[in-house]
Design a protein around this ligand. Structure first.
Ligand code: SF4
Ligand code: SF4
Length: 117
């Protein structure tokens, strides 16, 4: 895969709310981004969103995402602590402003996640 430019693209918003378009693996051409990454079959969040035809957990009508053990569990909290990422804040932001504006904001700030405070 070739190196990529950092651009706003709503299709690069991951199912869990991360912005793959600003991720170094994506930009180096090492990962196609969550939506195209068929190797990420381990991820329950990704699988659930695909099964329900959601673009992310921001579209979920089944459960409040913070109550969902696929989205919010011990490992997701641990990864959030290590990477200092705040995926719940990402999902809340997508709900507030929509996918296109979220992609513009994240590409503009060169962030793959909203930072933990
Ligand atoms: S944790 Fe799951 S939903 Fe989030 S970017 Fe990775 S594969 Fe996609
Ligand atoms: S919040 Fe949970 S149930 Fe809803 S789409 Fe995400 S993983 Fe699926």
């Amino acid at each position: 895969m070739e190196a990529k430019q950092l651009i706003p693209d709503k299709n690069l918003v991951a199912y869990c709310g991360l912005y793959c378009g600003a991720c170094s693996s994506y930009l180096k051409g090492k990962c196609p981004g969550c939506k195209e990454n068929t190797k990420a079959s381990w991820c329950k969040t990704r699988q659930c969103c695909m099964d329900n035809n959601y673009s992310s957990c921001a579209d979920c009508e089944k459960i409040a995402f913070m109550d969902c053990k696929k989205f919010n569990n011990f490992f997701s909290k641990l990864i959030g602590l290590i990477l200092r990422s705040d995926r719940p804040a990402c999902i809340r932001r997508i709900k507030e402003c929509g996918y296109e504006n979220y992609a513009i904001e994240m590409a503009g700030s060169k962030r793959q996640s909203i930072k933990r405070k």
